[in-house]
Design a protein around this ligand. Structure first.
Ligand code: OGA
Ligand code: MN
Length: 299
């Protein structure tokens, strides 16, 4: 039976049914999923029963996988394979984290609107987040459609943004929360990187804003002016009409296109409930400036 694509919103999120992601996919089914991923940018696959390997194998159908930035810390004990971003509230013994634990403070960055790994020169193309356990209240994930947000900009703003480049860094998003506890090794391994502020999705030619709380200064602009513009654009792009809120059920796998969406997690009682969500992340093919043909002088 062929996969079914059922829109959740008219053009942003869709549910994919009649598919078992634990098994090798028929080429026609994979093609249908890729096509839906281009049309929509958020796909929900309900009721999937996946081992870590099966989750990673499905993700690999979309390209090479990232490894977790937690490896840049010597004190890390991984709960999951190194290809996963552990987005749960659990420590390496599967216990709920401590109130003042470093990981809790760091992961609070996921409450800010962002797109994954824009702080890497080669950012993330797709993320595939799988829920093994979820809290009864809260802990949703909100997604913003940055293609629709771009389309809705006034023409003079579109002209202004053309060719602009922002500097992204994980230290920017964490600094917004007052978090600065990074090791020298982390600082050396994650220098700020340039990213185009507007990008074109090659599969369909649609233009999209490319924003994140990782973005700091805009090249060629006074720092304060750049940051003000980024905040204004994030506020624009996350208006309710551009947002789909995913309310998780256990065994959902949700896949999104980081090139043209932002997301953030909503609050829940994370000292009481386990929220075990695990993310496989597919790398993009090139830096966004390179894809847009924007030459950036080396910093
Ligand atoms: C992520 C992320 C938010 C959430 O997995 O990249 O930001 O709701 N998740 O867990
Ligand atoms: Mn994220």
């Amino acid at each position: 039976m062929a996969v079914t694509v059922c829109p959740i919103t008219p053009g942003f999120a869709a549910e994919i049914g009649d598919v078992d992601l634990s098994a090798r996919l028929e080429p026609a089914d994979l093609a249908a999923i890729k096509e839906a991923f281009t049309t929509y940018a958020v796909l929900v696959f309900p009721d999937q029963h996946l081992s870590q390997d099966q989750h990673l194998d499905f993700a690999r159908a979309f390209g090479p996988l990232e490894t977790t930035i937690a490896l840049f810390r010597k004190d890390t004990k991984l709960r999951l394979r190194q290809e996963f971003a552990d987005v749960s509230n659990l420590d390496s013994d599967n216990k709920v984290w401590g109130e003042n634990s470093r990981r809790r403070m760091f992961e609070l960055g996921n409450r800010l609107w962002h797109t994954d790994s824009s702080f890497k020169l080669l950012p993330a193309r797709a993320s595939l987040l799988y829920a093994r356990s979820i809290p009864p209240i809260g802990g949703h994930t909100e997604f913003a459609d940055e293609r629709a947000a771009y389309d809705a900009l006034p023409e003079d703003m579109k002209r202004r943004l053309h060719g602009l480049v922002a500097e992204h860094s994980i230290f920017n998003s964490r600094a917004r929360l007052g978090f600065t506890e990074f090791s020298d090794e982390e600082r050396q391994n994650m220098p700020p990187v340039p990213q185009a502020m507007v990008r074109t999705i090659p599969e369909n030619g649609r233009k999209s804003l490319y924003l994140a709380s990782h973005a700091g200064r805009i090249l060629g602009m006074p720092e304060q002016e750049g940051r003000a513009l980024i905040d204004q654009l994030i506020a624009h792009a996350t208006q309710r009409q551009f947002v789909y809120t995913h309310r998780w059920r256990v065994h959902d796998l949700v896949m999104w296109d980081n090139r043209c969406t932002m997301h953030r997690g909503t609050r829940f009682d994370d000292l009481r409930w386990k929220r075990d969500v695990q993310r496989a992340t597919v790398s993009d093919v090139a830096n966004s400036c390179a894809q847009e043909g924007i030459a950036v002088a080396a910093a």
